[in-house]
Design a protein around this ligand. Structure first.
Ligand SMILES: C[S@@+](CC[C@H](N)C(=O)[O-])C[C@H]1O[C@@H](n2cnc3c(N)ncnc32)[C@H](O)[C@@H]1O
Length: 300
């Protein structure tokens, strides 16, 4: 997509939906300024693009803190330049606190972790917070950054390959037998409640099984992988992501698997569900994400 557009009228319809003209124009100017003033190979380019990406929600009509793309007509979008300035200062302060700078070389690579043709280095440690099932449609959540930064013209294309998406097309009946026993158990219980949901949960479990195998192969002989993962519930069926992950790791060859539970505090996104299972800010409702698990897999 051509992201060098500067006028609101000619912009991507989806982006126009989220922004007032003033904020859109200021963002477009800001992006152009970053592109024009910082040379392509300069290491600060990514820093400023990252800061830009971080201000896309507060400057839009995206409902604050919402985990679903929801338009808030009553919102007063933040001023673009003020917001960018605060974000940049925040990132500079965070970098100042990092005393590892200069001691190591960092390279950031973005890719689909499950992509079969990806060349993966051997590493000693993998730390990850993989997607939770039935919770977030990540391609939709990341749409402002995906569209502004030119990763897609239509953000829904990015659902393909996104672990935990509800929109995968695949042969459910054929793939079902590749699920491990925890996965099979949960999917069959869900089938009684909601076939479409059972299909998407099955795909999530299959992707996570694949993720466990890829992780194992990437690790050096004494390597270790650490996952943050939470359980969830759908129509009375407990979806035990952590148990499924432990089984997937064991099946992939991990020798020692450790698991510990921790309480979640200070999470921005609401941890509450209403009586219908919908997310709510009402803290009298059922709490689903009050705890999460740290699962550690060691090869040796
Ligand atoms: C629980 S979030 C973790 C976010 C991250 N730790 C952070 O703090 O920003 C899971 C992330 O996995 C990403 N994801 C989903 N499928 C993926 C895939 N196939 N390859 C790489 N990342 C993927 C989602 O887009 C989402 O950002």
């Amino acid at each position: 997509m051509d992201t060098s557009f500067i006028n609101y009228e000619g912009a991507n319809e989806r982006l126009k939906y989220w922004y007032g003209k003033k904020e859109f124009d200021n963002l477009a100017r800001l992006k152009k300024a970053i592109e024009q003033t910082i040379p392509e190979q300069n290491r600060y380019k990514l820093f400023f693009i990252c800061a830009f990406s971080n201000i896309l929600k507060p400057t839009s009509f995206w409902l604050t803190k919402s985990i679903k793309p929801q338009y808030d007509p009553n919102k007063k979008p933040a001023d673009v330049i003020t917001c960018f300035d605060i974000q940049v200062q925040f990132m500079i302060a965070a970098n100042d606190q990092n005393d590892a700078i200069g001691n190591s070389r960092t390279k950031i690579v973005t890719a689909n972790f499950l992509n079969k043709s990806l060349r993966r280095p051997k590493v000693d440690l993998i730390i990850t917070s993989p997607p939770y099932v039935t919770s977030y449609e990540y391609a939709d959540l990341h749409q402002l950054s995906s569209l502004w930064l030119g990763y897609a013209d239509d953000y829904t294309e990015l659902r393909e390959g996104s672990i935990g998406s509800l929109h995968h097309v695949y042969n459910f009946d054929r793939e079902l037998k590749r699920l491990n026993s925890t996965g099979t158990n949960i999917v069959f219980r869900l089938l009684d409640q909601d076939k479409a949901k059972a299909r998407s949960v099955a795909k999530y479990f299959l992707d996570m099984q694949q993720m466990a195998r890829v992780t194992y192969n990437m690790l050096s002989d004494k390597g270790m992988a650490l996952f943050v993962i939470g359980n969830t519930e759908y129509k009375g069926v407990r979806i035990e992501n952590a148990r499924h992950l432990v089984e997937s790791l064991a099946e992939s060859g991990f020798n020692r698997i450790l698991i510990t539970k921790r309480r979640i505090t200070g999470k921005i996104l609401t941890p509450y569900r209403d009586e219908c299972g919908r997310f709510t800010t009402d803290n009298n409702s059922r709490k689903v994400y009050s705890e999460e698990y740290i699962v550690i897999g060691r090869k040796a």
